[in-house]
Design a protein around this ligand. Sequence first.
Ligand SMILES: Nc1ncnc2c1ncn2[C@@H]1O[C@H](COP(=O)(O)OP(=O)(O)OP(=O)(O)O)[C@@H](O)[C@H]1O
Ligand SMILES: [Mg+2]
Length: 355
Amino acid sequence: MQPGKGLHMIQFDTVNKRFPNGTTAVHDLTLEMPEGGVTVLVGSSGCGKTTTLRMINRMVDPTSGTIRVNGKDVLEQDAAELRRSIGYVIQQSGLFPHRTVLDNIATVPLLLGWGRKKARSRAAELLETVGLSADAGKRYPHQLSGGQQQRVGVARALAADPPVLLMDEPFGAVDPVVRTQLQDELLRLQRELNKTIVFVTHDIDEAVRLGDRIAVFRTGGHLVQCAGPAELLARPSDAFVADFLGAERGLKLLSLTPLAEVTQGPAPKGTRWRLTLDAARKPLAWRDTESEAETPVRPLRDTDSLLSALNESISAPSGLVARVDAEGTLTGVTSREDIHDHAGRVHSAASTVEA
Ligand SMILES: Nc1ncnc2c1ncn2[C@@H]1O[C@H](COP(=O)(O)OP(=O)(O)OP(=O)(O)O)[C@@H](O)[C@H]1O
Ligand SMILES: [Mg+2]
């Protein structure tokens, strides 16, 4: 790649990190992180994820090898300046306890000499961006929930609008429900902002949800495989990766496949089950024509996953999935058999799509 071309915002070229005590944290790492994409680093504890991340903004310097950000060797740049140009979010948010939320968010703009007024108005804008009320800005970090503190951490990292965002297990300390919310928020933000994000996690589900690329590490700082989520799930390169992905990797792959790919047709006539609709043709329930009993229907859209469809087809007494458009109007139905057949073809399809 040509420096400055920016196709790969961050490039590791045979990078090694050995700490003075003799620990090799990162071993011969060559890895590219595409511009505007989310690269997730996963692997068990101590496999060198944090060290890899911290070499990007020079909180740790490599023992050998080269790291380029936007085509420029990081070792040729001023460490403090580099750090200010790269957003950094850590677990437990790392906020300053004695500064208000607004002042926490304004930290980097102030360091960059924006002036108080401009820095604060930017901070106020970001509060809204990450889904917090203006009132939260006046509080101190301990007066917020864990999930809210993580949002402030993200807002602070975004304050100077850096092209690169490093996130080290940012959602590791919150409960699963809040965690899913924060992941949704990050995906929404990323659609608007298009940052180059490097995201560290232990959680393979989080990696699959957020990552455009997933890099799997094993102890000793070895990169084992780097691939898109579908390719990784369909074709783990060895038993270590397969084991890490877990026994449910087939189902995880279905969660990435949209239902849109599966055909639909009119509701079959002459069967025991009839789909009832309201005046706007929105599905209401499956009616059993023998007993007149009704079961609520959970209609799915084209953007819903094959996994949701499989789930619905199993729980619906009719074995049929009602499909709707964005307005919720019925477009057709799909049978359990069609969903199952398509699911069976997904593995081979995934490896061709991602290749
Ligand atoms: N400053 C240091 N001095 C010596 N060894 C270190 C230092 N920092 C990290 N290490 C070691 O380097 C290895 C990689 O550490 P690192 O923090 O990068 O792992 P990690 O993948 O982020 O782990 P975790 O998932 O637990 O956060 C570990 O064996 C760790 O003990
Ligand atoms: Mg770590």
